[in-house]
Structures are given as C-alpha cells and as structure tokens.
Design a protein around this ligand. Structure first.
Ligand code: ATP
Ligand code: MG
Length: 583
C-alpha cells in the first residue's frame, strides 16, 4: 500500500526552488526585487563566474530585526501580504514568501541585515537549507545577501547552467529591466570584482532608458502616453530603423512589475506593423498601469507571467498608442533621423495632423497604374492633394546603379530605393481605395484562365467575394478551373496570375494563423510588390521626380510594406563628420 507523507521542509523548498531559481539571474532577480520592496535607494549587485561561484546583493533598505530575519527564510513567510484580498492588490514585487528559503535550500547562503534602530546587525548562515549559524554582526543599515555555490547540492540543475558569459548576459538583462522600472534607484553591477554597469539615480525615465538601451539610440526614442478606460500607458519606442534580432530590448511593466506577456509583445508588433522587417524586434519600454483587480500576477512562481482579465482592451490600447506615436514622428519625412531638418522642413503652413485626413479624402483622383513592364508614367501623381512637406522638395541628382534615386534634401543627401518606394506608393493607394470602398477594376480584354489543384480551387472558391472586394473578379469555370475577368485598376494584368497563386499559397500555409485582416493586408502587399517597378530599370528625370513627389504623399514614406527601409539619408553634419570637417 502507498504511504503518504508530508515532505521534509528542505525538500519542499528545493522543489519550490526548481520553479523560482532556474539560473543565477533568477537569484539576482529575487534578491534585487526584495531590495526594491525594502525601500532601497541604492542597490549593488556582485557576481563571480556568471553567478555560479557567488552572487552578492547589498541594499540600503529598511533591513530586518533578528526575529524577522529568521522568519524571512521560512517558507511562506512574507511581510508583504496578509489576507486573501491583499492578493488582488499587490503593489510589491514579492508576495509569495518563498524566494529566500528556495534560494537558501540550493546554495551556501548568508544574510546580514540591520535596521536603523538597532545598534548591531544579524548574520545568518545556511548551507543547503540548514541553518548553520546565527550571530551578531557589524553592518550598515540595510541587507546583504550572499549566495555561493548555487546548485551545489542539486547537480542535475547545475548541469544545465550555461557558460559564464551566457549567465552574465542573463544577469545583465535582469538588472537592465529592474533598473528601467526603478529610475529613482541607483544600481551598480560588479562582475568578477569589476564595475560593469552603473545607473545613477534619476527622476527621468528617458535618461534611464538611454542608460539601458544605449547612447546611440538617445535621439531615436519616441515618447508615448495614453490614458483612458482605467488604463494608463506610457513609455518610449525606438525609431523603426533601430531593431534587434531578439526581444531582449522589449521591456514590459505592468503595475511596475517587469513581466513577459506574448499578447503585449504582439500588440507592440501590431503598432510597428509595416515599419520593421520580418524577424526583427523593436526597442520598447512600456509601462501599463491598470487597476490591481484587472490583472492576476500570481500565475507562475517566477512572477513574470501575468494574466489580464480583459487582455484585448489592453492590447488594443497598446498597439494604437505605439502606432500613433510612430506615425506622429513619421509625419515629417525626415524626422526619422531626428536631424535639424524638422526645424526648417516645414514652412509656416507646415503639415498639421488634420491635413493627413484632407489628403486621404481629397485623393479621389487616383494615379494611373504603373506596370512593371512599362516605362514609368509621369501621370503618376496625386492631383488635388497638398504635399505633406512644402517648399522643401528634394533636388533630384539622378539614378545610381539603375536602382536608387539620389537627391539632395535641404539638409543633406538621400538615397531612395525605387522598387521599395513604388511598392509603398501602390500599396497605400490600393489600401485607401479598398478602405473607402472605391476599388476600381479594369476588365481584361482576354480573360485569364487559372488551372488549380483541388486544394487551391477549394480555397479560391471560398474567397471569391473577398477578392472581389479587392477588385479581382474571378469566376468558376468548371472543376478546378477559374477565369479572371477583371483586376484592380492599379495592377498590371500580366501579374495577376502569379499574384493569385501566391495569395493562395500563403493562405494555405498560414491558414490557421492568419486573421482576415492579416490576409487582406497580405493580398494588398502582394499586389503592390508585383506591380511596383523593379530594380535595374532606368528611369528618366520626370519619372524620378514623380516618384519622389508621390512618395512624399505617403502615410509611411520610410518603409516598404514589408518593413524594409525605403530611403537612407545623411545630414550635412553627418557628411561633414565623415570628411572630418567637424568633430
Ligand atoms: N533585502 C531585504 N530587505 C528587507 N527585508 C527583506 C529583504 N529581503 C527579504 N526581506 C524580508 O523577507 C521576506 C521574505 O522574502 P522572500 O523573498 O522569501 O519572500 P517575498 O519577497 O515576501 O515573496 P516572494 O517569494 O514572492 O519573493 C520578505 O517578505 C521581507 O519581509
Ligand atoms: Mg521576494
């Protein structure tokens, strides 16, 4: 017969440690969070060999009396919550009362602490969860926790630790996150006895964000803020030209807790949609304040996961706030490099946000198609709409490498990728037509026949109406054959077959992950891509001037619909710096 027994405390602490302490950086996280909760204004973190040999966190917080210090290393001992209701109004980083006993059960642990009203401090030494010694100790006010030989008694765990450098980079990420969430606190990180990172205390989130994200992005961070519906959102998002290949520079704070939430990350991507390339991650620091009872922080022992009671509302607000901030910065075609251009690109009649609406509404006279196979048509222009940037038109210099348009702007030089630029122009035109229900189709003189396989035919049959809304009129012609009768006015009819085949192919691959909105967007992008002029096509001056002017009217003149940059620019100052005329 089975015998049921209560687990010895040390063993249950070790089991809890399995979830709370995955690697040295988790220890750092827990100890620094405790220091923050203790009201510290200065926190020092030291680590040796990636935290494998030792981790020491010292703070100048309130400290602990001896009895409390002894209690703190007991499981479920916490000063932070007392009742069930407190669980739904947690404002501290910790609340589970298990971090210290978990860490102490898998290391050689010591804690030295003193409160400001005690003359002498307390030192507690623990090895593998067993108290070895409790003694008086001379110590400054605050707490110092030292964790040596992590996982010395759980070799299976130890085996999973990575190289010192990898563990160090995890520790640095944790410190960056906690430092960003607490700009008023001074943080210092010593690795192998050398000061690696120092964040001085500041009231300014931007200064801390620059400290964490790097000086090079200092002039590329855009502030955003939103309040409404009980949610307050604020933070900084970087210019889409600055990206990383992982999400390590996306910092999410919910009620000041550093968290990871896939929904929030997708909402941020949604805000950046069309501005960054696939596989790239933006740099974002976002704080979301939401009533405590609207979010559950007790989802996992590591306390990094959260659950919103109404996630959709939060995600929507996040993507709109970021999208709006990026569009605002982008309204000035040159603003993305944050040069002085901003100051003089606009005349007194400078672009005001409401002009954008006017442009969209008055642009009924749509440009004529610009088929890839034909020469660039000078008719390709917005007739009645006002350009966004007035009296500052770039001066065309010419075409280089058959692919890029070189122009002099008021403050320097710009190089425009002709294919990417035209792709953006066609895409925005198609999209506006679609959104304003003003899709125009051109009937094909000779209808195009499509012979599909069974799967493709089945799918096409289901989406005929959606395609019609985009201007593609296709009719079944028996079995798996279809006839294309008309195509959107901006599309080169020769391209229609590859466009439809690609639409079907992508939809079949992504059918479970695509929303209808994604799908429509993808169709517009595909149509734009297939219809845009290619690289290695010689353009004459009028064609290039028209292209630049049409680009100037675009909502997002900086990125093609895939997120690739359309233009690169150098300010006069940058050029002079390159020639060492200025320092
Ligand atoms: N640096 C510190 N300064 C002052 N008190 C501390 C410090 N670290 C821990 N404590 C005290 O010890 C208690 C236990 O800490 P522990 O980290 O184990 O649990 P917690 O922070 O309450 O919850 P969690 O397990 O979620 O972190 C805390 O509630 C706090 O009262
Ligand atoms: Mg804690």
């Amino acid at each position: 017969m089975m015998t049921i027994r209560i687990l010895p405390e040390i063993l249950s602490n070790q089991i809890a440690a399995g979830e709370v302490v995955q690697r040295p950086s988790s220890v750092v996280k827990e100890l620094v969070e405790n220091a923050i909760d203790a009201g510290s204004t200065s926190i020092t973190i030291e680590a040796g060999r990636g935290g494998k040999s030792f981790i020491r966190v010292s703070d100048n917080g309130i400290g602990l009396l001896r009895d409390d210090a002894l209690l703190s290393i007991e499981r479920y001992a916490t000063s932070k919550i007392f009742t069930k209701n407190d669980l739904f109004s947690i404002s501290t980083m910790g609340f589970r009362g298990e971090a210290l006993p978990s860490i102490a059960s898998v290391s050689k642990f010591s804690l030295v602490t003193r409160t400001k009203n005690s003359n002498i401090g307390t030192k507690i030494d623990i090895v593998g969860g067993k108290i070895q010694n409790v003694s008086d100790a001379g110590a400054p006010v605050g707490t110092m926790v030292e964790v040596k030989n992590l996982f010395f008694n759980t070799p299976a765990r130890k085996k999973f630790l990575k190289s010192d450098n990898t563990e160090v980079s995890h520790i640095a990420d944790v410190i960056s996150g906690l430092a960003l969430g607490n700009p008023h606190i001074q943080f210092r990180l010593f690795l192998n006895n050398t000061l690696q990172k120092s964040f001085s205390s500041s009231d300014d989130l931007l200064q801390r964000a620059i400290g964490v994200l790097g000086r090079d992005v200092a002039d590329k961070l855009y502030k955003f803020e939103f309040s409404g519906d009980g949610i307050h959102i604020h933070g900084y998002c970087a210019n889409p030209s600055v990206t990383r290949s992982t999400s390590s520079k996306i910092f999410l704070f919910v009620n000041h807790r550093l968290v990871y939430d896939r929904g929030l990350v997708s909402a941020i991507f949604q805000g950046y949609r069309g501005r960054i390339m696939k596989g790239k991650f933006p740099l974002v620091v976002i704080f979301i304040d939401i009533p405590f009872d609207q979010v559950d922080v007790n989802v996992h022992p590591s306390k990094r996961e959260i659950k919103f009671f109404n996630g959709q509302r939060v995600y929507q607000a996040v993507s709109e706030t970021i999208g709006t901030a990026l569009s605002r910065e982008q309204q000035n075609i040159m603003a993305y490099s944050k040069t002085q251009v901003e100051k003089f690109e606009y005349s007194d009649e400078a672009f005001k946000p409401d002009q954008m609406d006017k442009i969209e509404q008055s642009s009924m006279d749509w440009p004529t198609p610009f088929p890839a196979s034909q020469k660039f048509s000078p008719k390709f222009t917005y007739n009645n709409s006002k350009p966004k940037i007035q009296n500052s038109k770039p001066r065309l210099i010419g075409q280089i490498l058959g692919t890029y348009i070189l122009a002099e702007s008021q403050d320097g030089l710009m190089l425009v990728d002709q294919h990417a630029a035209h792709e953006r122009i066609v895409y925005e035109n198609l999209k506006r037509r679609y959104q304003s229900l003003k899709v125009q189709s051109q009937t094909l003189a000779v209808p195009e026949t499509l012979d599909l396989n069974f799967k493709e035919a089945d799918l096409l049959f289901k989406i005929l109406d959606d395609l019609k809304a985009l201007g593609m009129i296709i009719e079944p012609f028996g079995d798996t054959t279809f006839v294309v009768k008309a195509v959107p006015a901006l599309i080169d009819e020769k391209e229609i077959k590859p466009i439809i085949l690609e639409i079907l192919e992508t939809a079949l691959i992504k059918k479970n992950t695509f929303s209808k909105e994604d799908w429509l967007e993808n169709c517009l992008i595909l149509m734009a891509c297939h219809s845009a002029i290619r690289a290695n096509l010689t353009l004459d001056r009028r064609e290039m001037e028209t292209l630049l002017s049409d680009l100037d009217h675009c909502e997002n003149p900086r990125h093609c619909p895939h997120g690739r940059p359309i233009m690169i620019s150098w300010t006069k100052h940058q050029i002079e710096k390159l020639f060492k005329r200025v320092l």
